[in-house]
Design a protein around this ligand. Structure first.
Ligand code: ADP
Ligand code: MG
Length: 684
């Protein structure tokens, strides 16, 4: 059976079930068998009624002796099924599940699983599941997988679907890892692994299956990255000289570079100087000064008579880069251009013409840069800022505008180095791990929302000192439209109830770009006291006079995101503050808020974030352009990761392009899983 077959065509899966499965991201047979449980419940051991212990979760086996029905309240029905085994009596209790009893009658042999409640000499089983006592009982008397679910589909339903597919005789899952690798690493074969991950015969089998699947996932990830690297990094590129003119530019800066900036710049200049294409990631915490490193790299390309381009995720940011570059580089006769969506057609045509004729040396812009009409005369280097906002495809699209230009990506998402190596395995990495001198620690306070007025009093005191304030709206998931509405509502409340005498403005993603720019400009010029905003200001915005960041419903944000937002203040000479207002009071919230109060180190924060949220969310996102890890966990399975990493290196050493016959299926699988990322790269 073809694993890519759409589930619609599988017997037993009607349109209704199919729709439900779609909600879980399951469309094909392969999606289904690779939809792994998130945990297991060991229901394999049966106990006799006589031996049951209060509060334990347990499987029992018995025969039905009677039924009871209670209606203690309106709209509440409690059904009880009386059961006995050869040691005693027990009642199975079902709340508001009136149909469940219809399936059974006195004398039926059943198995049940639930939580024991012993009281006044009576024994009951709560939160029960019940099935007929047959060999094929699907969720009792065995190790039962618990799947991640969404509304509308139950665990049992999913178990039944998966089991019926796995039992299908036609289902043959071909091994695609070469046999020598399978044997060398003592992996079980794929068939066994898939069957036992969904329906483990015992704990040992489960372990063996898990090991195999985790190993496979890491192996593919690492191989894919090495494969990408071999394809891209070693491409012939431009050899740029280190021009003396660059020294002059560095000397003209209003500050001297930090050691970390210098080191990163050296890495970059060395890469540029080599005749291979540069593929480098500059990672640096918020405010560590990545922009100036980018500026100098771009300038070096221009001094070598090439053009350069930098892409930013938002217009606000693009414009800001444009301004700071112009301020410094125009003295050196370097022409900077700006290309953003909000330009008029005429303005745009003018810019495009200048870019094509080589009159513009450095082009800054948003996604507009990768549109088809943008042509360069001689593009030698491209930078994407805040890489996490762009897919790999967009990065590649930009670089295709030149003839193997050098590529630099910058990100402020601090992740521990080992993880960075895994995530960005196809890139070389420089880290700016030092903030410019004189930066003040941003004092952070977390307060419950009942105390919001205090925060507002503090807003006032900052504004009286001549400072400016950001207030970030609660994070709403739904859509830009709903976010915008939340922002509008908050602005209105603030304007009418608290700050009617102050100058407030609004910034959200649904506004026209030209409006956004106008408001940002006003804020920069000090014509706005309070900027009420959604997370559009999250990345890069630089207004040194803003000293207070207030974040509403802070518990809804990821720590890394809070850190980014907080990084909007503390950018100038004035003491700065961040107030986190939280709405829910639970352990996790308190822990997260405490972390934010206690540290301003982005790397520590992201580690904590990973610890609290788990890496699933962190790495599950497609933002990185990497295949999703469905079962492997970078922290929990670090050891397997290392083994797979070593094996991947061996494989690539022997067969760099994976063209050997034995690696054929492996290669297909890699291409499959890396689909998005590989799309733009020629495979040969
Ligand atoms: P990020 O790394 O978050 O992109 P930016 O490049 O926006 O940070 O820099 C933040 C601020 O620090 C800017 O105002 C910039 O001018 C300033 N800055 C950068 N490097 C230095 C330095 N070496 N010394 C002093 N200030 C610096
Ligand atoms: Mg930046």
């Amino acid at each position: 059976m073809d694993l890519n077959k759409n589930l619609q065509y599988i017997k037993g899966i009607g349109p209704k079930k199919y729709k439900k499965l779609n909600k879980l991201g399951i469309y094909t047979l392969k999606d289904l068998i690779y939809y792994f449980p998130r945990q297991y419940e060991d229901r394999s051991k049966f106990k006799k009624v006589f031996n049951l212990v209060n509060e334990e979760k347990v499987s029992i086996r018995g025969i039905i002796t009677g039924f009871e029905k209670h209606e203690p309240k309106k709209k509440m029905i409690i059904n009880k099924i009386q059961v006995r085994d050869d040691t005693g009596y027990i009642k199975l209790v079902f709340f508001n599940q009136k149909y469940i009893v219809n399936n059974f009658k006195v004398g039926d042999n059943i198995v049940a699983y639930g939580k024991v409640k012993k009281e006044y000499g009576k024994t009951e089983l709560l939160n029960c599941e019940i099935e007929f006592d047959t060999k094929s009982a699907s969720s009792i008397g065995k190790i039962v997988p618990i799947y991640p679910l969404t509304y509308g589909i139950s665990n049992k339903e999913l178990i039944n679907i998966i089991q019926s597919v796995l039992k299908n005789q036609d289902l043959k899952i071909d091994e695609y890892i070469p046999m020598d690798i399978v044997n060398k690493n003592k992996l079980c074969d794929l068939n066994f692994a898939i069957k036992n991950i969904h329906n483990p015969q015992n704990i040992q089998n489960l372990k063996v299956a898990l090991y195999r699947l985790v190993y496979e996932e890491f192996l593919i990830l690492q191989l894919g990255l090495l494969y990408l690297k071999s394809g891209v990094v070693d491409k012939e590129g431009i050899k740029f000289d280190k021009k003396d003119g660059l020294k002059e530019i560095i000397e003209s800066l209003p500050f001297s570079l930090t050691n970390a900036q210098r080191r990163s710049l050296d890495d970059i200049l060395n890469d540029m100087n080599s005749n291979k294409v540069m593929n480098r990631l500059v990672q640096g915490d918020v405010g560590s000064g990545k922009t100036v490193v980018a500026l100098l790299s771009l300038a070096n390309a221009v001094l070598n008579s090439y053009q350069a381009a930098m892409m930013a995720p938002t217009e606000i940011l693009a414009e800001q880069h444009f301004n700071s570059l112009q301020e410094i580089l125009s003295k050196f006769d370097i022409n900077i251009g700006l290309l953003v969506g909000s330009l008029t057609k005429k303005q745009k045509m003018a810019v495009l013409k200048k870019v094509k004729e080589g009159e513009i040396d450095i082009l800054i812009g948003t996604h507009a840069l990768i549109e088809d009409g943008v042509e360069f005369k001689k593009l030698g280097m491209v930078i994407t800022d805040e890489q996490h906002r762009f897919g790999v495809r967009q990065r590649n699209k930009l670089s295709e505008k030149g003839d193997n230009p050098d590529i630099l990506v910058m990100t402020a998402t601090p992740i521990p180095r080992t993880l960075a190596l895994i995530l960005y395995g196809d890139l070389d990495i420089s880290i700016i791990d030092e903030l410019p001198p004189g930066r003040q620690i941003i004092d952070t306070f977390a307060i419950a929302k009942e105390k919001r007025l205090r925060a507002y009093n503090f807003v006032r005191s900052q504004i009286e000192l001549g400072r400016q304030v950001y207030i970030v709206c609660p994070l709403v998931e739904e859509s830009e439209v709903i976010k915008a509405k939340a922002a509008v509502d908050l602005l209105e409340e603030l304007e009418t109830e608290h700050f009617s005498d102050l100058r407030l403005e609004l910034l959200h993603g649904k506004m026209k770009a030209s409006n956004k720019d106008e408001i940002m400009k006003k804020f920069k010029n000090g014509e706005v006291d309070i900027l009420v905003s959604t997370t559009v200001i999250e990345v890069g915005v630089n207004v040194p006079n803003a000293t207070l960041m207030i974040i509403e419903n802070a518990e809804r944000f990821g720590l890394a995101q809070l850190h980014q937002l907080r990084g909007r203040v503390g950018r100038g000479e004035h003491k700065s503050y961040c107030i986190l207002i939280y709405g829910s009071k639970n352990e996790v919230t308190f822990e997260r808020m405490k972390t934010m109060e206690q540290t301003t180190d982005g790397f520590k924060i992201s580690e904590k974030d990973l610890e609290i949220r788990g890496p699933g969310e962190f790495f599950g996102t497609r933002q990185h352009g990497l295949p999703e890890l469905k079962i492997a966990n970078i922290f929990k399975h670090m050891k397997i990761l290392k083994e797979a990493q070593m094996e991947a290196q061996c494989i690539i050493q022997e067969d760099e392009k994976l063209n050997l016959d034995k690696n054929k299926m492996l290669k297909e699988e890699i291409i499959n899983r890396f689909e998005e990322k590989l799309n733009d790269i020629t495979l040969n």
